[in-house]
Design a protein around this ligand. Structure first.
Ligand code: F3S
Length: 543
């Protein structure tokens, strides 16, 4: 599995004082940047950890990434092997936290590869045993770090900025940097609390700067070359310049490339997830599921596919709910009608066999039944836009005699549109496709009566999905593989941005999120909250 391990800069760094345990209390704004090492995790058949790195001096068991794998194995008693291959791009000893970031990436990666199910809090708690900055790299984005830097608060994202980061070619040890601090000169500035009010660039601040720039005049020179908003990162030795404008950043980058070999043009990185404003269980499905769960399960049978979601079906099965495709062999008990509904004949037939019927047909599906029956009674032929194999459509046409189910104009034969016709739609179909078909039919039979029977919940979910896709680099659609509305959500979003489908957290792929910063999540009407939560938690752990 391939991972990216991002560098960080400190937008502010206040050193508040020395603690009794020898560490320092700090207050800092951490920011992830899009400069990264690549890490490849490969499972091994034997219980060992191997490390490989393109920088030989850190290709050993002192490497924090190695220590992270060892920690997770020891703490969770895991007898599995892993090879960690690190392709380093972040300079070492540069105040960019590359080593800590590698460790965090390994913790997150092994949690996924070995399916450990560790929560974000558990990963953070493990990370504290490895080093101060590691916890930040579990969260990423923009955070305030307090205490030793490992007590983290997610704050609103720092807006997109462009950065030129220069590694001057020498390291500064943090230990030395702390030992040379002039405590009389630092502290009490509260730069962090001022900066986070409005992220004003002139308020960038680092308590290490005075002593470090004094010791290394070359860094002061470098800072001047990086423009008015430049700062030492951490205890150095890297210095960065920060810009609102990419072109301006590129000019400085080109100039500094002539002088320094390790110059990086990059940008701030805030991988974030947004949820669609409308998603998941619709009221029709929720009403049916809640109703079924409230029933005494003894001799209760749900007719047909209650919901197009295998995880929900198996959970209901565990609770004693039995699904049946046929009621012919049942001679006692209750038959439950799902939200998709069935025709009147089916209900009459069940009752005639002495069985009880509990009808959880969605009221909006019932409305389509009623309207189509009335239209047929008025002498009109019914054209249903939908899937003839879908239970909802079977239920609708089961009440009719003069009808035709179509999924496109191709399904219509000569003469089909000659009579007085009424066009309706399966409740979960795409509005745009329905409108297109309606227009095409109108060109042949201008008197066609068009009744929009797409349900409001479906429309709201689709509108929310379109808005989400416009604001995202990738959208994850959660729902059953055979769920019609889930498929439509996928179709809609995939026209706007990269879109992936998942039934549960198990199908999620780490690589979906490598190149995508803004992740959107939506879910079909048959996806329950607990599956959405599992998927969202899993994505949060990956980002
Ligand atoms: Fe009813 Fe619409 Fe849901 S028709 S079952 S509310 S998708």
């Amino acid at each position: 599995m391939k991972l990216r391990s991002y560098a960080k800069i400190n937008l502010t760094l206040d050193i508040l004082g020395k603690r009794e345990d020898g560490y320092h209390d700090i207050e800092t704004v951490f920011q992830h940047v899009d400069l990264y090492d690549e890490i490849l995790l490969t499972e091994l058949p034997t219980d060992i950890i191997e490390i490989e790195c393109n920088v030989s001096e850190i290709e050993n068991s002192n490497n924090l990434a190695y220590k992270a794998a060892l920690l997770i194995k020891e703490e969770l008693n895991i007898k599995k092997g892993i090879r960690i291959k690190i392709d380093k791009r972040i300079p070492i000893g540069a105040g960019l936290s590359g080593g800590s970031s590698n460790a965090a990436a390994v913790l997150k990666g092994l949690n996924y590869v070995w399916d450990l199910g560790l929560s974000e809090d558990e990963l953070i708690s493990l990370s504290r045993k490895l080093g101060m900055d590691v916890a930040f790299h579990i969260l990423g984005g923009t955070c305030v770090g307090r205490g030793r830097g490992d007590i983290l608060e997610r704050i609103k994202d720092f807006d997109k900025h462009y950065l030129v980061i220069v590694y001057p070619g020498f390291e500064v040890s943090s230990r030395d940097a702390y030992s040379e601090l002039d405590y009389a000169q630092i502290g009490g500035k509260k730069a962090t609390s001022y900066f986070i009010r409005d992220f004003s660039l002139p308020l960038l601040h680092n308590d290490f700067e005075d002593s470090i720039l004094q010791r290394f005049p070359k860094l002061r020179e470098l800072k001047d070359e990086l423009g008015e908003n430049a700062l030492l990162s951490g205890s150095g030795s890297s210095v960065y310049g920060i810009f609102n404008d990419k072109i301006e950043a590129k000019k400085i980058y080109d100039k500094l490339l002539e002088k320094y070999s390790d110059v990086f043009l990059t940008e701030t990185l805030n991988k974030r997830m947004s949820l669609a404003t409308e998603m998941g269980f619709c009221f029709g499905v929720k009403k049916a599921i809640d109703g079924i769960l409230s029933l005494d399960k003894e001799k209760v049978y749900v007719l047909g596919k209650l919901i197009h979601n295998p995880q929900v079906i198996s959970r209901l099965w565990e609770q004693g709910v039995r699904m049946i495709e046929e009621y012919g062999g049942i001679d006692e008990g209750t038959i439950v009608i799902s939200a998709h509904g069935v025709s009147d004949d089916v209900i009459d037939d069940i009752k005639s066999r002495g069985l009880k019927v509990v009808d959880y047909s969605c009221p909006l599906v019932k409305k389509v039944h009623n309207v189509t029956k009335e239209e047929e009674k008025a002498g009109r032929k019914i054209i249903v836009f939908g899937d003839e194999k879908h239970p909802e459509v079977k239920g609708i046409v089961g009440n009719l005699h003069d009808y035709k189910v179509v999924s496109s104009m191709d399904d219509l034969k000569e003469g089909d549109l000659d009579e007085d016709i009424t066009l309706v739609c399966q409740t979960t179909r795409d509005m745009r496709e329905f409108n297109k078909l309606a227009d095409e039919i109108k060109r042949i039979n201008e008197d066609v009566k068009i009744i929009d029977t797409i349900c409001s919940a479906t429309k709201a979910r689709r509108e929310a999905a379109i808005n989400l896709a416009k604001e995202s680099d990738i959208v994850i659609v959660i729902g059953g593989k055979i769920s019609s509305n889930t498929k439509t959500l996928w179709d809609i979003c995939s026209q706007v941005c990269q879109t992936e489908h998942t039934e549960s957290k198990k199908d999620i792929k780490f690589e979906w999120f490598l190149d995508n910063e803004r992740v959107g999540v939506t879910a079909g009407a048959s996806t329950p909250d607990w599956i959405i939560k599992e998927v969202v938690d899993q994505i949060r752990l990956i980002l």
